[in-house]
Design a protein around this ligand. Structure first.
Ligand SMILES: [Zn+2]
Length: 393
C-alpha cells in the first residue's frame, strides 16, 4: 500500500519540470514548484488533512490540525537546474507513504503530525539555500530576502507578487517554529557512504561546517596574438594554480574543496584577461579541519596576485542526539554525516530537535539526473520512516 503511494506520487511528479537539457529543473518560486506543491496538497486534502501556507510561503499539511509539540516531517520540492528527481520530493512522498502505511496499521498518534514542503531549499533562483526555512525561523531577514534578485533581475518581492503571495506578510513565524517538537527529514543520499555498508538507509549525525571564499585576481589585459609570453600578467594562469593547489590542500586535510564558479573578464578567446573572479567552496568533517583549510587556501593568493576573502562561513550542525537515539532504537542503520546543507540543519540551529534519514544512492551522484535509489530501497526508506514516526508519536 505504502510503496504504491510512493511510486504513484513519484510517477505523478515525474513530468513536472523535465528539462530538455537533461534531468529536472524545478526552481524555487517557479510554476513547477507551485505545481508540485498543489499536487502534494491535493493528496493530503484527499486524505482529510488540512493545509496552510506559513508567512515564509512554506506549505504545511496537518493530519488533524495544528498543535503544540508536533512531529513535523519535511523536505523540499524544488531542484537545482538539471537536477535529479528524488532530491527533495523523495522525502515528502515517503512521508505521505509512511503515514498511509501506519494508518493501515491503525496507528493513533498522541501528538500533532504535519508534513512541510519547504520553499526554495536549493537556492537555485535567488542564490540563498534553504530560503523558506531560513525566513521562517528568522535566520534570514525578510527585507534582505525580498531584495534578492534572480539572473533576470526579478526580485523575490516581485516573484511573490506574480505567484499571488503577499509580500507584506512575508517573514518569520516564531510561534509556528516553537510548536515543532521534532523535525524529521528523509532524503536521498548525496554521496556514496551507504553502498559500501551494504545498507539501504542511514541515520544522519549532522552537517559539516562549510565556507565560501571569493578570489579576485586582477591582470593586465592585452592582445593574445602580440604579447610575448614572458611579458604577460595573466590572471587565468594564477587561477589555474589556485584550482590545483586548492585540490591538493583539501586532499591533505580529508576535506572537500571546489572551484565551481569562475568569471573571466572580458572572456574573449583572443584576449589576455583583465580580471578573474573565482569562488572556492570548502567543507570539512569538523571545525578545526575547515579552519586549517581556509588558512591553506588564503595563503594560495599573494597580495601581488589578488585578494581572497571569506564570503561566508557556516558552522557545523549536530542533529539532536536524543531524537536520533529514539529513531536508532527502531531503525538499525549506520550513522552518516553529510557535507550538504538541509532544512533540517536550519531547524536544528533554530533550536528545533531535528534528525535525518538517508536512502542509499547507488550512483552517489547528486544535483544531476544520475541520482538514483532502487525501488526496493525506496520501500525500505518508507518502512524506516514509518517505524520512526510510530516510536515518536
Ligand atoms: Zn535536498
Amino acid at each position: 500500500m505504502s510503496a504504491a503511494t510512493l511510486e504513484q506520487l513519484l510517477a505523478a511528479f515525474a513530468p513536472v519540470g523535465r528539462d530538455p537539457a537533461g534531468g529536472w529543473t524545478r526552481r524555487g518560486f517557479s510554476a513547477h514548484e507551485e505545481r508540485l506543491r498543489s499536487m502534494l496538497e491535493a493528496e493530503a486534502t484527499r486524505r482529510g488533512w488540512s493545509s496552510s501556507i506559513d508567512a515564509a510561503t512554506n506549505l504545511w499539511l496537518w493530519l488533524e490540525g495544528p498543535g503544540e509539540d508536533a512531529l513535523v516531517l519535511g523536505s523540499h520540492l524544488d531542484s537545482v537546474v538539471c537536477g535529479g528527481a528524488l532530491d527533495g520530493p523523495l522525502g515528502l512522498a515517503s512521508a505521505l507513504a509512511a503515514i498511509d502505511l501506519l494508518r493501515a496499521r491503525r496507528w493513533r498518534p498522541r501528538r500533532p503530525v504535519a508534513l512541510v514542503a519547504f520553499r526554495d531549499e536549493e537556492g537555485g533562483r535567488f542564490g540563498r539555500a534553504c530560503l523558506g526555512s531560513r525566513v521562517l525561523t528568522g535566520a534570514l531577514n525578510p527585507s534582505d530576502a525580498l531584495a534578492l534578485e534572480d539572473d533576470e533581475g526579478v526580485s523575490l518581492a516581485a516573484a511573490l507578487d506574480s505567484l499571488g503571495y503577499d509580500r507584506r506578510t512575508f517573514g518569520p513565524d516564531r510561534n509556528l517554529v516553537a510548536s515543532i517538537g521534532s523535525y524529521l527529514e528523509l532524503h536521498i543520499e548525496q554521496g556514496r557512504q551507504l553502498a559500501p555498508h551494504g545498507r539501504a538507509v542511514g541515520l544522519g549525525t549532522g552537517i559539516w561546517p562549510h565556507a565560501r571564499l571569493r578570489a579576485i585576481l586582477p591582470g593586465r589585459p592585452n592582445h593574445a596574438g602580440t604579447t610575448p609570453m614572458h611579458e604577460r600578467d595573466d590572471p587565468v594562469v594564477t587561477l589555474a594554480h589556485l584550482v590545483l593547489e586548492v585540490r591538493r590542500a583539501a586532499l591533505a586535510r580529508g576535506a572537500l574543496a571546489t572551484v565551481g564558479r569562475v568569471e573571466v573578464e572580458p572572456n574573449a578567446p583572443n584576449a589576455i584577461a583583465r580580471a578573474v573572479e573565482a569562488w572556492v567552496d570548502v567543507r570539512a568533517p569538523h571545525e578545526d579541519a575547515l579552519d586549517g583549510l581556509i588558512v591553506d587556501v588564503e595563503r594560495l593568493v599573494t597580495p601581488t596576485e589578488g585578494t581572497l576573502t571569506v564570503a561566508s562561513r557556516t558552522p557545523a550542525t549536530a542533529f539532536d542526539a536524543a531524537l536520533s537515539s529514539s529513531i536508532a532504537a527502531v531503525v538499525d542503520a549506520p550513522r552518516i554525516a553529510t557535507g550538504a546543507g538541509h532544512d533540517a540543519g536550519i531547524l536544528q540551529d533554530a533550536g528545533v530537535p531535528s534528525a535525518m534519514i538517508f536512502v542509499r544512492n547507488p550512483t552517489g551522484v547528486s544535483h544531476a539526473p544520475d541520482e538514483d535509489a532502487t525501488r526496493e530501497d525506496r520501500r525500505r526508506g518508507v518502512e524506516a520512516l514509518a517505524r520512526a514516526i510510530e516510536v515518536l508519536t
